[in-house]
Design a protein around this ligand. Structure first.
Ligand code: HEC
Ligand code: HEC
Length: 214
């Protein structure tokens, strides 16, 4: 209950700032930077995670003293420690703990509203790109490509060799699955009966993500 009140208080503060901003617009064109909440879904990596650094949380939350809120670490800790409450977003500990006063650190009204919006949207995390080494390269063996493409026949699809072979021969065009001979070949049925639809989708996604050697 009390937490809900605080969130409401934030909201009325926000409305107040907006109102002042609008009234003062008649006289000056400066709109307060701190009240812009985008309509688009909140992106954790670019919009939420940087807040913890900006506000100074990671001076303690660096993973040595207490759990980390640093880039690349914050999401898994927020989830595994149940600091977000998707059912009742305003009760999320990441908000209530700070609103109650925590080591003299606080979020601005905008930052709180952004975090609340992010939780309300389901607290979506960072979706890692497809990994060539762990997800793509093993396909060549599991789909039996290496029974023929094992050195002398182009492309060399053996483990640790396939990336260089595919890219140096222009068989993969980054961000262009349809224009990549590799996928044309696979989709054309070339000895590819063992490749599953999921694997084809994964190869397509990998190419769309820039065909990284990751
Ligand atoms: C001066 C050091 C310090 C700073 C700065 C700090 N924290 Fe903490 N934080 C702690 C310590 C120590 C704990 C564990 C004890 C406790 O719960 O208060 C903690 C606990 C928490 C918890 C509760 C974790 C749980 O499992 O219940 C949350 C959430 C949290 N911090 C978030 C933040 C955020 C967000 C910021 C920045 C706005 C921040 N902290 C800044 C030291 C700090
Ligand atoms: C039965 C043997 C055999 C198997 C299995 C096989 N290939 Fe091939 N592949 C060939 C031959 C022969 C060629 C050269 C003639 C041609 O282009 O069809 C070739 C050509 C290719 C090319 C074009 C190379 C170039 O330089 O233009 C690609 C890409 C390719 N294969 C990918 C694959 C993939 C991926 C798999 C597994 C799904 C696979 N192949 C399975 C025999 C095979």
């Amino acid at each position: 209950m009390e937490d809900n009140m605080k969130i409401k208080h934030f909201a009325s503060l926000l409305a107040g700032v907006l109102l002042v901003g609008m009234v003062s617009c008649e006289y000056q064109t400066i709109v307060p930077y701190d009240v812009v909440i985008p309509d688009t879904p909140v992106d954790f990596a670019t919009e939420i995670e940087p807040i913890f650094t900006t506000v100074g949380c990671i001076s303690c939350h660096d993973g040595s003293m207490v759990f980390s809120l640093a880039a690349g670490k914050a999401y898994s800790n927020l989830i595994s420690r149940n600091l977000v409450d998707i059912t009742t977003p305003a009760n999320s500990k990441i908000l209530t703990k700070i609103a109650a006063g925590h080591n003299n650190k606080s979020f601005s009204a905008t930052q709180s509203a952004l975090i609340l919006k992010w939780v309300t949207e389901g607290a979506k995390g960072v979706i890692p790109p497809v990994s060539f080494k762990t997800e793509i390269e093993p396909i060549w063996t599991s789909a039996d490509c290496t029974s023929c493409h094992s050195g002398s026949l182009s492309p060399d699809l053996r483990a640790t060799k396939s990336y260089a072979s595919l890219t140096s021969k222009g068989l993969v065009k980054a961000n262009d699955p349809a224009g990549s001979p590799l996928l044309q070949k696979i989709n054309g049925g070339h000895n590819a009966t063992k490749i599953t639809a999921d694997q084809k989708a994964l190869i397509t996604k990998w190419i769309n993500e820039g065909a990284l050697n990751n």
